[in-house]
Design a protein. Structure first.
Length: 532
């Protein structure tokens, strides 16, 4: 039986998906919460939030993500970074998933990826769980109701957490699988309840499609000056580096917190919601994000709560350090109504340096910007991926290697060309450790980071005196109003300067060793900028 609003010529049956039980199309938030509660998928929280545990998987499973190796994509996929699946394995996977779905109830959301209609794609999200449908509706962009009457999907994602893949039959790694087939315009997800796999699959899809149109897909947050979209800033960074926190600046208009494109028309958000980490979330430091954890329809993932009062415990990470909340963008009072901005005036590359070597902010030349973009140095934060329990130094090219189906140079060259054309100023910002490495030093004070970013975005930071960093050759401010001078010189924050020098030399060598893989593909100016 069919429920909800849908193009009458585009039901699942028209896609060859038959034999299901009840199919609920485009239910809105109250109905989805009601369905999720009816099936025992979670708990109704304070303010009408939905509290859920994702079970065994509380983070993404990047090693279980596969791209089907068809002739049309064989020469354009970065296979060293993306596991291949045979077309035969995918066909068997799809057939077996359809068998699994027989007689089951499913929830369909017809959604859009991309706020710029010139570059948006229509995506159909088919979910076994009602709360996944709520999450998808929150995180992607929701068409106006009348647009659903003519909605035709460009790609379809089917998520069945209860389905277990067969590695031998389906040409995958484990019982958990995320499989993308660009020829069949299908994405299949099975064996995991972690909802983040849905949104990151669509991000990966856009990361493949948009560069062919000359559009730079970016794993970044973005905001612009109030009343002035021309003054746009983007914040690259992996999960846990501060993209959501630092872009939610009450003095600026939020475009989005995680995924954007940069076209010839400017910056545009891919999504319609935000997915914020809630561990140690503080109502004083981040009042608007904190407020969303008590608003109707916000999905609260993997947070411990009092069973009687339903009060959330923001410090208890016994389920995972990757506790999160998913909320619609309009829950942030200064969010952009259009989710569009101008060409970035400032590009911020966020890194979480667990070595305690990098300064809190540094100004980059365009060549240095490409070097650090391709390097993508940071530390994986506990809980974001399975098995990560404390910060691990890593190099994730383009600040998002798990979501990059093309070779890094494709994105690096696009970024370099756009920086050259539009004259963006680039900054490297360390939100990691100071005064020593992880375990000895302390996290960079967020007040200092915010003060430095404010100075960078309003242009005043360009007016201060800079020094040349001895290790990386970028420019570092010597003194900035409102920031302790000692923080700007990491060596001075260490009790043992010689230990800092040894740690810095180690990190420099790690950068050099990692970057060797890109040397055959890059221009001489980037090679020269590699290490100062």
């Amino acid at each position: 039986m069919t429920f909800g609003r849908v193009n009458p010529q585009f039901r699942l049956e028209d896609q060859g998906i038959t034999g299901l039980g009840n199919v609920y199309y485009n239910l809105i938030e109250p109905a989805l919460i009601e369905a999720a509660l009816k099936h025992g998928e979670g708990t109704l929280g304070q303010g009408g939030t939905f509290l859920v545990s994702t079970g065994k998987f509380t983070g993404r499973s990047p090693k279980d993500k596969h791209i089907v190796r068809t002739n049309s994509v064989a020469d354009t996929i970065w296979w060293e970074n993306n596991a291949a699946m045979s077309p035969e394995g995918f066909d068997a996977l799809y057939a077996d998933m359809l068998d699994y779905m027989q007689d089951g109830d499913f929830y369909v959301q017809d959604l859009v990826g991309g706020a710029d209609p010139a570059h948006a794609i229509n995506v159909r999200m088919v979910s076994e769980l009602a709360w996944h449908s709520l999450f998808n509706r929150t995180m992607l962009r929701r068409p106006v109701r009348d647009a659903l009457d003519g909605f035709i999907a460009d790609f379809t994602l089917i998520n069945c957490p209860g389905f277990k893949a067969d590695p031998a039959r389906h040409d995958c790694r484990t019982e958990t699988v995320i499989a993308m087939n660009f020829d069949r315009k299908l994405i299949l997800v099975g064996g995991t309840e972690y909802a983040g796999e849905n949104k990151k699959s669509i991000f990966t899809l856009l990361n493949y499609l948009l560069p062919e149109k000359g559009i730079m897909p970016m794993h970044c947050s973005a905001n612009h000056a109030q009343g002035n979209p021309v003054d746009t800033a983007v914040f690259f960074g992996l999960s846990g580096t501060g993209k959501t926190t630092l872009s939610a600046d009450p003095a600026r208009t939020l475009i989005g917190d995680d995924e954007h494109g940069w076209s010839d028309r400017g910056t545009f958000n891919f999504e319609g919601g935000c997915y914020a980490k809630t561990i140690n979330l503080n109502p004083d430091a981040e009042p608007e994000i904190y407020a969303t954890t008590h608003k109707f329809g916000t999905v609260i993932e993997n947070m411990v709560f009092d069973p009687e009062t339903l009060e959330l415990d923001f410090e208890d990470d016994s389920l995972t350090a990757n506790m999160r909340c998913a909320y619609p963008l309009h829950y942030i009072s200064n969010a952009s109504e259009t989710a569009l901005g101008g060409h970035p005036k400032n590009i911020i590359m966020l890194t979480c340096d667990a070595f305690g070597v990098l300064p809190p902010i540094a100004r980059l030349t365009p060549a240095q910007a490409m070097y650090h973009f391709l390097s993508g140095f940071t530390s994986k934060v506990a809980g974001t991926e399975r098995g990560v329990t404390e910060p691990e130094p890593t190099f994730s090219t383009c600040f998002g290697a798990p979501f990059m189906p093309r070779r890094p140079e494709a994105y690096g060259n696009l970024l370099k060309a756009k920086i050259a054309k539009h004259g963006a100023t680039c900054w490297l910002v360390n939100t990691g450790w100071t005064g020593g490495a992880y375990g000895t030093g302390s996290r960079m004070p967020i007040k200092a980071t915010r003060a430095l970013l404010t100075a960078a975005l309003d242009g005043s930071l360009n007016e201060v005196e800079f020094r040349k960093d001895d290790n990386f050759g970028f420019d570092v401010p010597i003194a900035v109003p409102g920031v302790a001078e000692v923080l700007l010189d990491p060596r001075r924050t260490w009790d043992d300067p010689a230990a800092y020098d040894a740690q810095a030399a180690r990190l420099v060598q790690m950068f050099a060793d990692n970057f060797a893989q890109y040397v055959p593909y890059i221009d001489e100016d980037v090679k020269a900028a590699a290490i100062g």
